[in-house]
Design a protein around this ligand. Sequence first.
Ligand code: GAR
Length: 212
Amino acid sequence: MKNIVILISGRGSNMQALLEAELPCRIAAVISNKADAGGLDIARQHCIPTAVVSHRDHPDRASFDTALAQVIDDFHADFVILAGFMRILTADFVNRYKGRLINIHPSLLPAYGGLDTHERALKDGVKIHGCTVHFVTPDLDHGPIIIQAAVPVLYHDTPQTLAQRVLHEEHRIYPQAIRWLCADQIELMEDGRVLLRRHKQIGYALISPSLE
Ligand code: GAR
């Protein structure tokens, strides 16, 4: 059975969705860069070992990433899952876990990498927004895409209502992506695309606003 380690910085709702999904893997630990991350309490309630590696205890990104990798490796992680982990990682760290480091991002990448994705989507007037699970590469928010969910943007949406609609889908697609990973169904191709083995491809168009 594969070992996964989840990294968080905050409330940990995606982590919670992973803990409650009964995944075919062992969740070896939840690690936070913030001691007061709400998600740590949720992990403890699920009897998952937790650790804190505070970025404030390190003078630069490189030394923080080295300390973080040490703790991750102590838990023998096959996959490292970023679930609202809000630190930019060095290329050395990313390369160390090449093909084993996964992130969820609240936009339909490659649109809206970075912060404030919902505000920016609303400002642009897009009619469809969403979330993406992808492999992490040194290029911020640009790694090979595993799965995406699209949601309609509604006329009266605020960043909060849109975030809520997207988050609901995050909680559905992240466990699915990790399930595929642990079942060895995901192949990372040389050209940077992701191939899903043993999966019948079907899908439906999301048209927003809807047709009459
Ligand atoms: C989620 O919306 C996640 O997609 C986002 O932070 C939130 C964490 O919420 N991640 C990023 O923006 C990473 N670039 P959570 O702590 O409740 O899972």
